[in-house]
Ligand binder design. Structure first.
Ligand SMILES: [Zn+2]
Length: 237
């Protein structure tokens, strides 16, 4: 009898300074020749809502494998927690005290910072989490990057290609859509995705303090639209 092999597979992304392993899950729908959507949770370790959303999304995606309906879905890559060193200490920054969302080698990267929690690192891409994500993007060339945070309720897009989709997400969630967070974010994933890679990036900002049990309810319709392949193309570009 053939051994059952999972199609949604996990791989090691990297090991952090504090010896925590970062994994990612992926599935490639070979029936459609489009590049995957990259989902990232836990960029900031003190925003557990984003990790919970990523983990619940993974459970929902895996349910398609058990129902043998994976072909319904777009290809994806999912990193549930990019910053486990920070997450385990409930701190924004990683094990080296660096804000990963200021550490990407963007044209506007800047060594200045207003508070320790925004420390961008000694130089761009100084952190292992940053270089690992850059390598993942180079390897898979995603068509869209979505990262999950928590703060005030916003949906922020970088790159005009994501404007229409972000406005749709806004209409479903009732969270306002914006093309920036209201202040500069040099070295962020949004800046890197769009200005270095021409890949649109959307940041979901869940309301800080939202209970675990409420989060999937808010985002499930949106994530289902994004994951059903036929609909996504309509809303990108
Ligand atoms: Zn954040």
């Amino acid at each position: 009898m053939d051994e059952f092999k999972f199609k949604i597979t996990s791989q090691l992304l990297t090991k952090t300074k504090n010896n925590n392993l970062i994994h990612y899950w992926s599935w490639n729908n070979s029936k459609i020749c489009s590049s995957p959507i990259l989902f990232i949770g836990g960029v900031h370790g003190d925003e557990p809502e984003g990790v919970w959303l990523a983990e619940t999304l993974l459970i929902w995606l895996k349910s398609f494998e058990f129902k043998k309906q994976l072909d319904h879905l777009n290809s994806f890559i999912l990193v549930p927690c990019l910053n486990p060193d920070g997450f385990l200490k409930n701190q924004r920054v990683n094990g080296n005290g660096v804000d990963l969302n200021r550490n990407f080698p963007t044209p506007d990267w800047c060594k200045d910072f207003k508070a320790d929690r925004y420390f961008p690192g000694e130089k761009p891409a100084s952190e292992i989490e940053t270089t690992a994500l850059i390598n993942l993007i180079d390897q898979y060339k995603p068509s869209l990057i979505i990262h999950f945070h928590s703060w005030k309720p916003y949906i922020i897009y970088t790159g005009n290609d994501a404007k229409k989709l972000t406005e749709l997400i806004s209409s479903i969630t009732t969270y306002p859509a914006q093309d920036d967070i209201g202040y500069p974010t040099p070295g962020s994933i949004g800046q890197y995705g769009w200005f270095n890679k021409k890949t649109p990036v959307i940041c979901f900002e869940e309301l800080e303090g939202t209970p675990h049990s409420h989060i999937w309810n808010r985002w499930q319709k949106v994530l289902k639209i994004i994951m059903y392949k036929k609909l996504l193309k309509t809303f990108l570009k």
